[in-house]
Design a protein around this ligand. Structure first.
Ligand code: FAD
Ligand code: DHB
Length: 389
């Protein structure tokens, strides 16, 4: 088998890259370890920056998003019973689109299938070979048979637990990591959202986030212990904990119901540099992770796809390698800014174990400063809607 760009991983990064390249006549094959149903069963991000929205439109995968997605012009930061509305329109010329990653992925699969794009599901033993030569190839097993996919380039879009990153020799790679001492317990419920905009809530007993998928589907998160398990949380216990973390006026309006999904994610900041080794490029979670506060994970994956697709399109159009040569540096420059913002939002809003009285006062002062200072709100707004590509 031969293709121009072998894409390892059929999550949002791999699918979007494949679609954008195909539209420019560049052939790709996607290798995905799981089944399509499994990938579509994962509930993840919910807020799309305008850069990703534009890319989905360019990819011809935005019809449903434009019909069903919700454009938000602001977000709310609450602390105790007080709140700050961050007005995007006052500080930026951008908005965000609230539309679930699950739906983005579903739309990208549909677009790929409509164009006859090749996606091989349930692949095993994926190995990237010869990435530092002119003739890279990917080996894998499908339905028990060994396969070899020859290519010009490999895009490692296989997430944090994929094989691409570790293909780059240790001597070449530097990893930067911070693991946070808490996780998020997330619940999806078929109930109307508590508020028309997202609420990022700081409280004395921990963080909470009120988000949504549509007018009848809500997504809520609360900070939890890393050692916690969803089995410890009945729906009633979750709703009680959420009510105690958000302003009373919202708590009184909260419509509760049975959860249809409940999961815990750990929080981590992580970057692996460089994002290129020879003919292998890392994209999205394969190269970096942010804590979800700030909604930057999926959006940062999308900016990688932007830089990489542009570089590859330039190469196949003109033979010029400038774009792909600059890929790692350009992607990382934006990645680190998203890392900073996500780390800052996490520090501002979470309750840390062993937080001293001084640390708490600093956190409270920072929120109070944000409340009273339009420039600080502008900085938050500009980062939240997404820095330019
Ligand atoms: P992924 O979505 O991880 O896709 C990688 C794909 O590669 C997967 O389909 C995987 O099955 C496949 N794969 C893995 N290994 C191999 C292999 N060896 N061979 C072939 N295929 C392989 N971000 C937010 O902004 N907000 C959130 O609320 C949020 N919640 C999250 C919850 C969880 C549990 C996780 C893990 C992430 C969350 N994120 C969130 C981050 C966001 O979902 C990711 O940044 C985004 O999914 C990155 O897309 P990706 O395509 O790079 O990686
Ligand atoms: C969602 C998740 C986030 O991490 C975030 O910052 C905003 C929204 C969500 O799942 O809706």
């Amino acid at each position: 088998m031969r293709t121009q760009v072998a894409i390892v991983g059929g999550g949002p990064s791999g699918l979007l890259l494949s679609q954008l390249l195909h539209l420019q006549g560049i052939d790709t094959v996607i290798l995905e370890r799981k089944s399509k149903a499994y990938v579509l069963g994962r509930i993840r991000a919910g807020v799309l920056e305008s850069g990703l929205v534009d890319q989905l439109r360019a990819a011809g995968a935005a019809t449903r998003m434009d019909r069903e997605g919700m454009i938000h012009h602001g977000t709310v930061i609450s602390y105790g019973d007080a709140h700050i509305r961050i007005n995007f329109d006052a500080h930026t010329d951008k908005t965000v689109m609230v539309y679930g990653q699950t739906e983005v992925t579903r739309d990208l699969y549909a677009a790929r299938e409509a164009m006859g794009g090749q996606i091989i599901f349930n692949v095993e033993d994926v190995q990237i070979n010869g990435a530092d030569t002119d003739a890279p190839y990917v080996t894998f097993r499908t339905e028990g048979a060994a396969q070899k996919l020859m290519c010009d380039y490999v895009a490692g879009c296989d997430g944090f637990h994929g094989v691409s990153r570790s293909t780059i020799p240790d001597a070449i790679r530097t990893e930067y990591e911070k693991v946070y001492p808490f996780g998020w317990l997330g619940v999806l419920s078929e109930t109307p959202p508590v508020h028309g905009e997202l609420i990022y809530a700081r409280s004395d007993i921990g963080f909470a986030l009120c988000s949504m998928r549509n007018d009848h589907l809500s997504r809520y998160y609360i900070q939890c212990d890393l050692s916690d398990s969803v089995d410890n949380w009945s729906d009633d216990a979750f709703w009680d904990a959420l009510r105690r973390r958000i302003p009373e006026a919202h708590a009184d309006n909260l419509v509760t119901g049975p959860s249809i999904e409940k999961s815990i994610v750990p929080l981590r900041s992580f970057v692996s540099e460089p994002m290129r080794w020879g003919r292998l490029f890392l994209c999205g979670d394969a190269a970096h992770i942010v804590p979800p506060t700030g909604a930057k994970g999926l959006n940062t994956a999308a900016s990688d796809v932007h830089y990489l697709s542009q570089g590859l399109i330039q190469y196949y159009d003109t033979g010029e390698t400038k774009g792909i040569d600059q890929y790692s540096a350009k992607a990382l420059e934006r990645v680190w800014k998203a890392e900073r913002f996500s780390w800052w939002m996490t520090g501002l809003l979470h309750r840390f174990p062993n937080q001293s009285p001084f640390d708490l006062k600093m956190q409270q002062a920072e929120v109070a400063f944000l409340h009273g200072n339009k420039q600080a709100q502008a900085v938050l707004a500009q980062n939240y809607v997404g820095l330019p590509y």
